[in-house]
Structures are given as C-alpha cells and as structure tokens.
Design a protein around this ligand. Structure first.
Ligand code: AMP
Ligand code: ZN
Length: 112
C-alpha cells in the first residue's frame, strides 16, 4: 500500500531503526518508546489489523520473532509484554499490523 507508513519501511523507502529483517518480517524500534525496549514487529505485506490476518504461518512467525528478539535484547528472564492493538477500542493508530514488544522495566496491569 503506497500511503502506508509501515509498507514504506518494509519497502526500504523510509529507514527506521531496524533490529531484525528477513524475507517476510521487519522489526524496528518504536519512535515513541513506552519502555526502555520498545520494538515493533511487522509483516512486510500489508495487513491492516489482526482482524485481517489469515496466514497462520505469519501469525506464528510474528510471535516467535518477538520471543527471539526478547532473548536478544536481554528481556527473557525478567519478562516482557507483547501487545497487538486492534481498531479503535484497542487504540490502534497505524493500520498495518504490528506486534509491540515492550520490556526493560516493571509493566503495570491492567493496561489503560
Ligand atoms: P498502535 O497504536 O498500536 O497503532 O502503535 C503504533 C506505534 O507506531 C506507536 O507506538 C508509534 O509510536 C509507532 N510509530 C509511529 N510512527 C513511527 C515511526 N516513524 N517509526 C517508528 N515507530 C513509529
Ligand atoms: Zn502497510
């Protein structure tokens, strides 16, 4: 999608602070971090929301990439959080599916 920010990152037209890239997935640091480590993990193909995800392998890859990055970032032992915001009530602002990986401090529950 030409007017999608995260598609532009996946295409290399905009360069985020990339922490992982493979054929299908890009992971980069959130521009407005809510925790010491705040990474977004996206499919390179345009999927607007979790409601639109029908690729079981992609679903698994996104989650396993989050877990792998958590280990790489030194978060695995203390713990971390993965979040997918969906549509208005979920607080989604960018309509290209992304998994938030948050860690490096004690996170509170429940979320706001
Ligand atoms: P969400 O509210 O779940 O849609 O999250 C969107 C996230 O994208 C927010 O945490 C933003 O800070 C982040 N974001 C927006 N623009 C950029 C950008 N140019 N580079 C990195 N992260 C971004
Ligand atoms: Zn997109």
């Amino acid at each position: 999608m030409t007017d999608c920010l995260f598609c532009k990152m996946a295409a290399g037209d905009i360069q985020p602070d990339i922490v992982h890239e493979d054929q299908e997935i890009l992971a980069f640091r959130d521009i407005n971090p809510r925790a010491p480590v705040h990474i977004l993990i996206i499919p390179k193909t345009h999927v607007p929301t979790l409601n639109d995800l029908d690729d079981v392998q992609m679903a698994g890859r996104l989650l396993l990439t989050a877990a792998e990055l958590a280990k790489q970032q030194g978060l695995a032992e203390d713990g971390y959080r993965t979040v997918i915001n969906c549509n208005a009530h979920g607080g989604q602002e960018v309509f290209h599916l992304h998994v938030h990986l948050l860690g490096g401090r004690q996170l509170t529950w429940p979320p706001g």
